[in-house]
Design a binder for this molecule. Structure first.
Ligand code: NAD
Length: 488
């Protein structure tokens, strides 16, 4: 019997007004149905926004350290439930247990970091140009925040948004991806168990283009924090109106390997960066820009290693690479593989749909890829990596910067001057030296440049995203003092 899950609005689990539901299946075994979920509507979003608006006054007036105590309870509950949530996540979106445990750990770290922020939430004090006048800034919550999240980090990414939103005193309507509604419901249950009061966080599952877009346009919503595809991000910017909008979008991350690099280290980096999460990370390594003198040697060892990667259910401890999230994602990898071959890229490994139950695609490597090919420019979001040969650092940086995206990047080199030149010149929000393009830590800012987004989140940047800075002047001179005029 398939279990039916509900929306969470104003502290109650409810059916959608649409009376419609959708199924979520296990991508490693599509016959296994994980549950039936509500197709939330515009009416459901309205109800959730009203609840969040009503709850705002009370929640925002609780002292932030007290709100932090609730976040610490969330941390405890996530710790106790870590293994259960990781297993459920592997079943729902496919990545291997090692990685889903990491996803839950990232949420634990995030809630812990922001619980502590309850005792900081700094503004700043500064001087005044006038005598007997005090100047400072304080932080205020924004109001009702709409949070819209993808499926690839179904607990960590919501945590990146919920934790700062809550500590700063906002209330929330959360629309998760329809590929991971169960993870969202489980996280929501933990939030309620920790004592988040009615209306403070409301969860509406359902379609992005109706329920999600209604949230984006909603007049009572004061901020939107979105992570997802570039094209969805473009629509959101167009439709949000005058609101605070945070965007974390797609990417085409490059790893540069120079001729002086430790090649064994770089090889480990490519395997983890390109095929971890089956290539479905916003920070996945999808281009390897490699010095031509070491290219052949590297290609050979890379192919040997990639061929050994074991595909299968992420619940099996022997599995290296799980399935893609759904059939469409697998088709996208297959389509780009075909395009890559037509464009003249040389397929040296993988490229096929294996004979396995589930949405699997072979880990795939192209070489002799030129920067103007589609496989070198467009986000595939699957286990497909392109090797781009270059003659020197200048060419490498030019190739790295040749795409419209700019989220993560990395360089392998043992030359400090080369490393610093890359740090300075690569157009990306993140640059790793001698590490792959993935591996963000929660207390540092995260985000991209160009089409990868326009904001930063995590760490202190999360506080900035989810609060307004108010400027306060206190004049204790007991007379009218005019700035820029009475300054003598
Ligand atoms: P997506 O844009 O299809 O969906 C993301 C969320 O937006 C989902 O909840 C979806 O229902 C909702 N949505 C879809 N259309 C909408 C609309 N018109 N209005 C409002 N909401 C809408 O993205 P996805 O397939 O779930 O995720 C993969 C993408 O996310 C990739 O491009 C990846 O690079 C990106 N991503 C970026 C980051 C980052 O931090 N930069 C992190 C993870 C994933």
């Amino acid at each position: 019997m398939t279990k039916t899950y509900q929306l969470f609005i104003d502290g109650k689990w409810l059916n959608s007004k649409s009376a419609e539901t959708f199924y979520r299946i296990n991508p490693a075994n599509p016959k296994e149905i994980l549950g039936k979920f509500q197709q939330g509507t515009k009416d459901d979003i309205d109800k959730a926004v009203d609840a969040a608006e009503d709850a705002f006054g009370k929640w925002s007036s609780i002292p932030p350290p007290k709100r932090g105590e609730i976040l610490f309870k969330i941390v405890e509950l996530l710790r106790v439930n870590k293994e259960r949530l990781a297993r459920l996540m592997t079943k729902e979106m496919g990545k291997i247990l090692l990685e889903t445990r990491g996803d839950v750990q990232e949420a634990i770290d995030t809630f812990e970091y922001f619980a502590g922020e309850g005792r900081r939430l700094f503004g700043h004090t500064t001087t005044s140009e006038l005598r007997d006048k005090f100047a400072m800034t304080i932080r205020r919550p924004v109001g009702v925040f709409g949070i819209i999240t993808p499926w690839n980090f179904p607990i960590a990414i919501p945590a990146w948004k919920l934790a700062p939103a809550l500590i700063c005193g906002n209330t929330v309507v959360w629309k998760p991806s329809s590929d991971t509604p169960l993870c969202a419901i489980e996280l929501m249950k933990i939030l309620t168990k920790a004592g988040i009061s009615d209306g403070v966080v409301n969860l509406v599952t359902g379609p992005g283009n109706t329920a999600g877009m209604h949230l984006v346009k909603h007049k009572k919503v004061r901020g939107i924090s979105f992570t997802g595809n570039r094209d969805t991000g473009k629509q959101i910017v167009k439709e949000a109106g005058i609101k605070k909008v945070g965007l974390e979008l797609g990417s085409k991350n490059a790893m540069i390997i120079m001729d002086d690099a430790n090649l064994k280290l770089a090889l480990d980096g490519v395997i983890w960066g390109a095929f971890g999460t089956t290539g479905q990370r916003c920070t996945a390594t999808s281009r390897v820009i490699i010095h031509e003198t070491i290219r052949k040697r590297f290609e050979k060892t890379l192919v040997e290693r990639v061929k050994k990667l074991r595909l299968g259910s992420g619940l099996n401890p022997r599995t290296d690479v799980g399935p893609l999230v759904n059939k469409a994602a697998r088709e996208k990898s297959a389509r780009y593989t075909k395009i890559g071959m037509e464009e003249g890229g040389k397929l040296i490994c993988g490229g096929k749909i294996p004979k396995l139950n589930g949405f699997f695609f072979q880990p795939t490597v192209f070489t002799d890829v030129a920067i103007d090919m589609k496989i070198a420019k467009e986000e595939i979001f699957g286990p497909v990596v392109s090797l781009i040969p270059v003659k020197n650092l200048n060419e490498a940086i030019k190739a790295a910067n040749s795409v419209e995206y700019g989220l993560s990047s990395s360089i392998y080199t043992n030359d400090i001057r080369t490393a610093f030149e890359a740090i300075e010149k690569i157009e990306a929000g993140i640059t790793y030296v001698n590490a792959p393009t993935i591996g963000a830590e929660v207390h540092l800012p995260f985000g991209g440049v160009k089409s990868s987004g326009q904001t930063r989140e995590a760490g202190w940047a999360g506080v900035e995203e989810f609060s307004e800075e108010k400027t306060v002047y206190i004049d204790y001179s007991n007379k009218l003092q005019r700035a820029q005029i009475d300054t003598k």
